[in-house]
Ligand binder design. Structure first.
Ligand code: BV8
Length: 230
């Protein structure tokens, strides 16, 4: 079967070797923060300072000089450049490492750490430093309206229409560095299977949905991804 369209789903595992902690590893950041305290709309209503601080800490880490794309991010950007067909990266990650490695055809389904969003208008603004609840929103001039541009638990992920169309049309679906805990992302492999695509899991260890894949290759992303792509 000629491969003309590839969809690649990435999760926290692809950024692990760049120094960004995953969610469910032993040292995962959820350990010192309960998801319900920092990653739900209710948490933000209840304690916007805590939630902004949680994302400010992660933004500062992402912007620190020692954090950068690893070989797997570059391999995906090179694949997009070299492949004659279509390559779409759908990332659950909120970091900008795919962008820094050169990926262009990229969708952040869970939002972006380097942005904030006006709760009222939905307008998105880049943020470099720390964001605070008191910050005045540029579009409505009010404070308290700017929230992290993040999809929290219980919120609808972004770009879902475009993602499902791409999954239904793809010949190859590759999942990289995700544990298969979080839906709807963990269900994408089933959509790809239903559309007749070849499905491959590249991960450090079997994910929760490993049995849904046609092929599975395990090892660190910085080794396994460049090998798979080349
Ligand atoms: C929604 C932003 C509905 C926040 C995130 C019961 C059953 C099914 C679903 C649900 C349920 N109860 C609730 C739900 C829905 C819920 C959900 O799935 N909950 C789970 C936990 C049970 N989902 C939602 O709420 C989603 N929304 O369903 O909306 C709806 C419908 C209509 C209208 C309105 C609403 C929204 C989910 C998005 C939540 N936001 N992120 C933030 O980042 O702060 S999710 C968060 O988890 C991150 O985005 C992360 O990417 C994502 C998934 O985690 P992974 O990426 O997989 O990371 P993890 O640590 O788990 O795994 C890392 C993997 O990498 C491991 O497998 C490891 O082995 C591997 N690895 C490690 N090192 C390496 C490596 N691999 C390769 N190389 C290495 N070096």
């Amino acid at each position: 079967m000629a491969i003309e369209s590839i969809v690649i789903l990435t999760g926290a595992g692809i950024s692990a070797e760049s120094g960004i902690r995953t969610f469910r590893a032993s040292d995962g950041m959820w350990e010192n923060h309960n998801v319900d305290d920092v990653a739900t709309p209710e948490a933000f209503e209840r304690n916007p300072h805590l939630v902004h601080r949680f994302y400010n800490e992660r933004r500062q880490q992402l912007l620190s000089p020692e954090i950068g794309p690893n070989l797997s991010h570059y391999a995906l950007a090179e694949l997009e450049e070299a492949f004659p067909g279509n390559v779409l990266v759908v990332t659950q990650n909120i970091d900008d490492l795919h962008e820094r490695a050169g990926s262009k055809n990229l969708l952040h389904m869970h939002g972006e750490l380097l942005n904030v969003r006006c709760k009222e208008s939905g307008v998105i603004y880049p943020v470099e430093g720390d964001a605070q609840p008191e910050d005045l929103c540029p579009c409505c001039g009010a404070s308290g309206n700017l929230r992290p541009d993040i999809v929290w638990f219980g919120e609808l992920p972004m770009h879902m229409q475009q993602i499902y169309s791409a999954l239904e049309a793809c010949d190859l679906f590759v999942s990289i560095g995700t544990s298969g805990h979080v839906y709807p992302a963990a269900g994408f492999v089933e959509v790809a299977n239903a559309s007749g695509a070849l499905t491959v899991e590249l991960n450090l260890e079997p994910s929760r949905v490993e049995s849904s894949f046609d092929q599975r290759i395990y090892g660190p992303a910085s080794e396994v991804v460049p090998e798979f792509v080349n």
